[in-house]
Ligand binder design. Structure first.
Ligand code: NAD
Length: 496
């Protein structure tokens, strides 16, 4: 039976007012599993009304009490981890083990946010002048909104919401309309954890809903994760509307394999990083840069055997790789494989020919391209599917120049046995997250997540200390308690 989903506004289920809805698929079968309401401006206004009304009392709640809500939320996420993972797999298609990992990584941000009394502590300077003290404090912004992509239905909302809420903000989440159910589960858990109604709201939808959030002057900040064109446009529109914006975009993550690397270990690492979650990760490795032809020949041979042996199937059966998220995205990825062949790259493994690509569901086999060159579109553009491109360069400097010349700068990895080469790479490379013999260097919740170049718009990264900075405003207070008559001062005050 097709489920009918709803918005979550002021603690209650709300049907969409405008009557528009989208279809949510089970990618493993290709069947429609649910209908999701697509919010219009009135639906969004109701959600912002609820958040705006709930904000003052929540902001006035002591940080320690807000932290206790986070402790309870953490316990509830752990209790429901399996159900959340099943929901992710049902709508995204990724394997159940991978979905469980996603839930854990999201839960870790809740654990970070539970430390909010410590994180909000300001700095204090006594006697900045005679009888004058000065201190800083962090105030919440008000109503803030999160707009999230399809590929992490639990983790990316949890990159944003726990930090924003613990800081004292009220939140409106607009999850991807392709994977809407997990956000509703999170909303129910937040309620159960004791979060007052209206402090966390969920509106579903696409562009129209996002534009309504941008247009509402009560929304103080937008935290966005998605593709680069949308991130860039939202950063511009939100900034022009006077909002604070952080917008994380797409990626083309390079793994540099130096001649001294352990090739078998590198091939294992690249297999998981390139084809895990069917390549639908912003931290997936989609380019392997081999230093020297011998390195490339050995790596391609090791990868070929592994890619051909990938176990592909329904996510709930826990194979290596599940389907892509929907039919349109599969066609897009298939189109890039056609393009790579037309551009003259050598297709070593053809995922289009895999048996799974013929059956029901949005499956595609893993593809491996060798002898890709920097001018090809399959190199320059984000494919976001199970396609790994191998490029060959002469030396370390050429590898570094290639990575730095690319428009995206999210993550990168280097495989080597040389500490000196690894250190040099990590120090000089133009990317936000670097792995040394670690293919997917996703920072922990107490550090910050974010790329460089066209992988991010705005100065502040996700979660960690940057998350607290993004969701608060700094205030600095200077205080004096004079005794006796005040004296008018007409010159710039100095404390000398
Ligand atoms: P997307 O840009 O299509 O959608 C992201 C969000 O924006 C969704 O909520 C969607 O409904 C909304 N949206 C889509 N089109 C819009 C428009 N024209 N105006 C306003 N809002 C719009 O991205 P996606 O396909 O859901 O996710 C995949 C992309 O996200 C990839 O490019 C991937 O690299 C990126 N991503 C980046 C990170 C990161 O941390 N940098 C993490 C995860 C995913």
């Amino acid at each position: 039976m097709t489920r009918q989903l709803h918005h979550h506004i002021a603690g209650r289920e709300r049907p969409g007012g405008g009557g528009h809805h989208g279809e949510v698929f089970d990618p493993a079968t290709g069947q429609v599993a649910a209908h999701v309401p697509l919010a219009d401006a009135d639906d969004v206004r109701m959600a912002v009304d609820a958040a705006h009304a709930a904000f003052p009392a929540w902001a006035a709640t002591p940080p320690l009490q807000r932290a206790r809500v986070m402790f309870r939320l953490r316990a509830l996420i752990e209790r429901d981890a399996d159900a959340l993972a099943r929901t992710i797999t049902a709508e995204h298609g990724k394997t159940i083990s991978d979905a469980r990992g996603e839930v854990t990584r999201g839960m870790e941000v809740v654990e970070f946010a539970a430390g909010i009394p410590h994180l909000l502590k300001g700095e204090f300077s006594a006697e900045v002048g005679r009888g004058v003290d000065s201190w800083s404090e962090r105030a919440p912004l008000g109503v803030v909104a999160g707009i999230t992509p399809f590929n992490f239905p639990v983790m990316v909302p949890l990159w944003m919401a726990p930090v924003a809420l613990a800081c004292g903000n009220a939140f409106v989440l607009k999850p991807s309309e392709k994977v809407p159910s997990a956000a509703l589960h999170l909303a129910a858990l937040m309620r159960e954890a004791g979060l007052p109604d209206g402090v966390f709201n969920v509106v579903h939808g696409g562009r129209e809903a996002v534009e309504a959030l941008v247009a509402d002057p009560r929304v103080q900040a937008l935290s966005f994760v998605g593709s680069t064109p949308v991130a860039q446009a939202l950063y511009r529109a939100g900034s022009e509307a006077g909002k604070r914006v952080q917008a994380l975009g797409g990626a083309k993550n390079h793994a540099v394999v130096l001649a001294d690397a352990d090739i078998e270990a590198a091939a294992d690492a690249l297999l998981g990083a390139g084809y895990g979650s069917a390549g639908e990760r912003c931290m997936a490795i989609s380019v392997a840069v081999c230093v020297g032809d011998a390195t490339a020949d050995a790596l391609v041979a090791a990868l070929k055997a592994r890619v051909e042996a990938l176990r592909i199937g329904q996510g709930l059966d826990d194979p290596d790789m599940g389907p892509l998220v929907d039919a349109a995205h599969r066609e897009r990825v298939r189109g890039y494989i056609d393009l790579g062949v037309a551009e003259g790259a050598q297709l070593v493994v053809d995922g289009r020919a895999h048996a799974c690509a013929q059956g029901p569901g949005f499956f595609l086999g893993g593809s491996l391209f060798d002898r890709v060159t920097p001018d090809m579109r399959i190199y320059r553009e984000e494919i976001f599917g199970p396609v790994l491109c191998v490029l060959r360069v002469a030396d370390f400097e050429a590898a570094l120049a290639l990575v730095d010349g690319h428009g995206y700068g999210n993550g990168t990895a280097v495989f080597t046995r040389s500490g000196g080469a690894a250190r040099e790479y990590a120090r000089r490379v133009q990317a936000g997250m670097v792995g040394i013999n670690v293919p997917i260097p996703v920072p922990m919740a107490f550090h910050c997540f974010g790329g460089w170049k066209r992988s991010i718009f705005g100065p502040l990264h996700m979660h960690g200390p940057d998350g607290v900075r993004f969701f608060t405003r700094l205030k600095t207070v200077t205080a004096r308690w004079p005794e006796g008559a005040a004296v008018a001062e007409f010159v710039m005050p100095t404390m000398g």
